[in-house]
Design a protein around this ligand. Structure first.
Ligand code: BGC
Length: 438
């Protein structure tokens, strides 16, 4: 069975009672009918996807098969594709979307009426399957990404299969290959290693599957779409915030993973702002190191080294590439009684960082509303799976092509705007940030 056939089998498996094999002419018929339905809906001004059908919305809230175990929806059909996609992963798909999809359609061979069609259903009314290949689920933000992305996709009627590579390049490629051969309709990839994941793109394209780079850019590959935040701007926001407090002095830069394109973009943004002051002699960079794999332990070593090399009065400000590494910076400063005395910037608006900001040991972070990223990506992944070519107004060079890109704006957060940003958005609750007393 090739990947295209396998894709068909995934759709069948997720909607009970569907025929085991459909002829090409039946496929053409239902595709033509769906096209007609789309045209009708466009004529009636229905260009936007209609709101989620009740069944699909329930699916978005429904229980997820979180760790191990085959998801209920794939059941015991015994199909190889179901086992490979759902049975072994870090997260499976829930049964609910398939049920929701069934409720909204009138059977495999009869296309749904235009007003009932969800964008995440294929021409015959079956949920599209999105493969979500993730670097890791160990950090706070990526669990949020997974949950929000799945909820957003299910709201559109699609299903999501999640695989986490635990920071292992070979595993990420192998997991993606498995999803490709099992016939996902589109792949969304958070690369652990920007270069290594290029292999996923070429393999997916051979099978006619489009690849969307999520948050981090896959480099040197024909990536179909890149959806992220403006990561250069993240770095600029950090540097501007630090400069407003320390316009002259010694800066340490604790970088992220050199294998992650974002880490380079964050750093580029920081130095866009600092360089003129460095050139003038107002700012000196007294330490600048990557932290392998974004691991806080390496960042801790780095910050200890920076302090050892420069002495307790030799560093006036620290910019850390994210909040996890920022936490290590604060820890190392704390070991010398300096926490809260030297401004520290991070990014991600992790709960621990927001609490440090409230407590005064971290100066600022950069908030990236992940819910928006997840929603945009879900819509665009569905569009790619439907064969559409989404329009973008930005392009990011990945070493091979100018990748069509959507870059969402990041927001600087310090002690003054915690309430009007992360708390207002429900990213964290007031009680989580301040404790129940405030
Ligand atoms: C993301 C950050 C994250 C870091 C470590 C980066 O690519 O943009 O938000 O903190 O990876 O996971």
């Amino acid at each position: 069975m090739n990947a295209r056939e396998a894709r068909g089998s995934i759709g069948r498996e997720r909607t009970s009672g569907a025929p085991q094999r459909r002829t090409l002419s039946a496929l053409r018929l239902s595709a033509a009918a769906a096209l007609l339905a789309l045209l009708l809906s466009a004529c009636s001004g229905g260009g936007q996807p209609p709101q989620a059908a009740p069944g699909a919305a329930a699916g978005a809230q429904g229980g997820q098969a979180e760790a191990g175990g085959a998801p209920a929806g794939t059941g015991d059909t015994g199909s190889a594709s179901g086992e490979a996609l759902g049975g072994s992963g870090e997260a499976g798909t829930s049964a609910a979307p398939a049920e929701g999809a069934e409720a909204g359609t009138s059977g495999a061979e009869n296309p749904p009426p235009a007003e009932a069609a969800l964008p995440g259903l294929d021409a015959s009314g079956r949920p599209l399957v999105i493969g979500f290949s993730m670097d890791t689920l160990l950090e706070e933000r990526w669990k949020k990404d997974r949950d929000l992305f799945r909820a957003a996709a299910e709201k559109l009627g699609a299903q999501v299969v999640v695989k986490s590579a635990d920071g292992d390049d070979a595993r990420q490629v192998a997991q993606a290959e498995a999803m490709i051969s099992q016939g996902v309709d589109v792949l969304v990839v958070v690369p652990h290693n920007a270069e290594a994941t290029a292999a996923i793109v070429s393999k997916a394209h051979k099978e006619g599957i489009k690849v969307l780079s999520y948050d981090r850019l896959i480099t040197n590959a024909d990536v179909d779409l890149y959806v992220s935040f403006d990561n250069v701007e993240v770095g600029r926001l950090q540097a501007k915030a630090m400069l407003s407090l320390v316009p002259e002095g010694n800066y340490a830069y604790i970088g992220g993973a050199a294998t992650d394109n974002n880490a380079h973009q964050f750093k580029q943004g920081v130095f866009d702002i600092l360089q003129p002051l460095i050139d003038r002699g107002d700012i000196r960079i007294v330490y600048d190191q990557w932290s392998k794999d974004w691991k806080p332990l390496y960042a801790l070593d780095n910050m200890r080294e920076a302090l050892a090399a420069n002495g307790p009065t030799g560093i006036d400000a620290v910019i850390a590439a994210n909040d996890a590494t920022g936490g290590s910076v604060v820890e190392a400063l704390g070991e010398r009684g300096l926490a809260g005395k030297i401004p520290v910037a991070g990014q991600d608006a992790d709960l621990a960082a927001i609490r440090r900001i409230a407590a005064g040991t971290q100066t600022m972070t950069v908030y990236k509303p992940i819910g928006r990223l997840a929603e945009e990506t879900a819509k665009l992944a569905v569009a790619l799976a439907q064969g559409e070519k989404p329009l973008t107004s930005r392009w990011v060079n990945n070493g091979k092509i100018e990748v069509p890109s959507i870059l969402l704006p990041p927001i600087a957060v310090d002690a003054n705007n915690i309430d009007s940003t992360v708390i207002k958005d429900g990213f964290h609750t007031r009680a989580e940030v301040y404790g129940s007393g405030k």
